[in-house]
Design a protein around this ligand. Sequence first.
Ligand SMILES: [Zn+2]
Length: 266
Amino acid sequence: MNKKIVFALIIVGLLAISAVSAQNSLFLSNNDDSMYQVSLMQAFMHGEYDGVITVGDFKSHGDIGLGTFEGVNGEMIVLDGVVYQAASDGSINVMSDDEKIPFGTITNFDEDAKIDNITAKDFDDLTSQLDNEITKYGTNNMYVVKIKGDFSNITVRSVEKQEKPYQEFTDVAAVDQRVFNHTEQTGTIVAVYFPDYMNELNMHGWHLHFLSDDKTKGGHVLNLTGFKGSGQIDEIHEFNMILPTDDLFAKMNFTEDMTSKISSVE
Ligand SMILES: [Zn+2]
């Protein structure tokens, strides 16, 4: 074949490939765009609270996320590469690298889109606005949204550390959930979204953890009122998961439909 024709065919081919990849993604995602998950929601719901990896290892997979610590020792918020614990006494602590994690999700945050000037009257209003926003890009992707601003009121929960034998999480939440109501807070919500088809692997829909700017208040968000602020969206297309290696997990029975139990503790 004539060299010019070969060259032209290569160029046409490259243009076709770039056109296809531009259609496949609305954003220019970088190579770090991967969600890393420790264990699965179903195992956690069944009482798998032993640590799977250390905080140090977990941090090597990202700088933003949420989860909990060995024995459900409070709520985890990862922000700007720091792993915070919202403890059951209401305090916020920076966790050391040798603490262990039984369940959590983390990614490297890169801003793919912005949401300016959000005002939300309550939790449902905020999450439905987030739904509207991601519907533009597709609800079958995963997302992490960093939401910053002022809250008239924010209600968060944390959970008291459990001792063995561990109970199912619905039983733990019924007895050892501590709820805190804070007024006039400035801070960040880390909102993680998993699509419906990932239900039971994680919580489908939105899962929100809060940390105040002064790093004194935080936890799993149950409710909020009077929010004013903005958001940054990270769209994610890749998922990595590490499983527990113990006997409890290996022989766990996953036939039960956990959907209603999972939504009862969200
Ligand atoms: Zn949570």
